[in-house]
Write a protein that binds this ligand. Structure first.
Ligand code: CA
Length: 219
C-alpha cells in the first residue's frame, strides 16, 4: 500500500515517515501544498495523510481540489488539539477521518488500517482468500491456519491482490504498491516477489496474464 505524507514540519515528517515505512508501507513525503498537488495528480496513492497548516497552499485547498477532481483516495487529516473548526472544515471538505496532533503512532497506524479496510470495502480486519490470511494489525500471515513467513515486499505485493481476487494488476501498478519515489527499483523486482510468493503459496495462486500482468484468481 502506498501512502502520501503531506507535512511541513521536518521533525514530525521524518518521524511519521519512519513509522509508516517500518510498518511496510511505501511512502512519499512532500512538504508544501503545491508539491502535494503535483504528487496527488501524479499518484496513485492508497491513502493520504494531510497536515492542514502548510506553506504555499493550505491543506484544505489541497483537499478541495483533490475532491473536485473526483479523486476518492482516503484522506486522514492531522489537526491541532484545540482546532475543532479545522476538523469540521476538513471532514466537510472531503476528509475521511482526522487525528489530533501530537498523535500516538499506534493510533495513527490503526486509523490508517481502518481507512484502507473501508476503502477496500471490507468490514472485517482480516484479509483472506483460498486459505491465505493476512492480519494487517499484527502483520501476521497464515496459510491453511499455519504461520506463513512473508517478507515486507511480498506482503506489499500480495495484500492488494488478495483484496481484489480476479482483478488483473499490471507490473507498473504492483511496483507502485512496493516502492516510493526514492526507492531503488530493479527492473525485475515484481517477477522476483511473484516467484517467491508462488513458492510459498503454490504455483497457481498468482497467475500471469500474458501482456497484462498478474491476477489472484477468484476460484
Ligand atoms: Ca504544518
Amino acid at each position: 500500500m502506498r501512502i502520501l505524507l503531506i507535512e511541513d514540519d521536518p521533525m514530525i515528517g521524518k518521524a511519521v515517515l519512519d513509522v509508516l515505512r517500518s510498518d511496510h508501507y511505501a511512502c512519499d513525503w512532500v512538504r508544501d501544498g503545491v508539491a502535494a498537488e503535483a504528487a496527488l495528480v501524479a499518484g496513485p496513492y492508497d491513502l493520504v495523510l494531510l497536515d492542514l497548516g502548510l506553506p504555499k497552499a493550505d491543506g484544505l485547498t489541497v483537499l478541495r481540489s483533490l475532491r473536485a477532481r473526483r479523486d476518492t483516495v482516503p484522506v486522514l487529516i492531522a489537526t491541532a488539539r484545540d482546532a475543532v473548526g479545522d476538523r469540521v472544515a476538513g471532514l466537510d471538505a472531503g476528509a475521511d477521518d482526522y487525528i489530533v496532533k501530537p498523535y500516538d503512532t499506534d493510533e495513527l497506524l490503526a486509523r490508517v488500517r481502518a481507512l484502507l479496510r473501508r476503502s477496500a470495502g471490507r468490514g472485517e480486519p482480516v484479509i483472506s482468500h483460498k486459505g491465505v490470511e493476512l492480519h494487517p494489525a499484527t502483520r501476521e500471515a497464515r496459510l491453511h491456519g499455519e504461520p506463513l513467513s512473508l517478507s515486507p515486499r511480498e506482503w506489499a505485493l500480495l495484500e492488494p491482490m488478495l483484496q481484489r481476487p480476479g482483478a488483473v494488476f499490471s507490473r507498473a501498478q504492483l511496483e507502485q504498491k512496493l516502492y516510493g519515489w526514492k526507492d531503488e527499483v530493479s527492473s525485475n523486482a515484481v517477477e522476483v516477489y511473484v516467484h517467491g510468493l508462488r513458492k510459498k503459496l503454490g504455483a497457481d495462486f498468482i497467475r500471469t496474464v500474458r501482456g497484462l500482468g498478474y491476477v489472484v484468481p477468484r476460484e
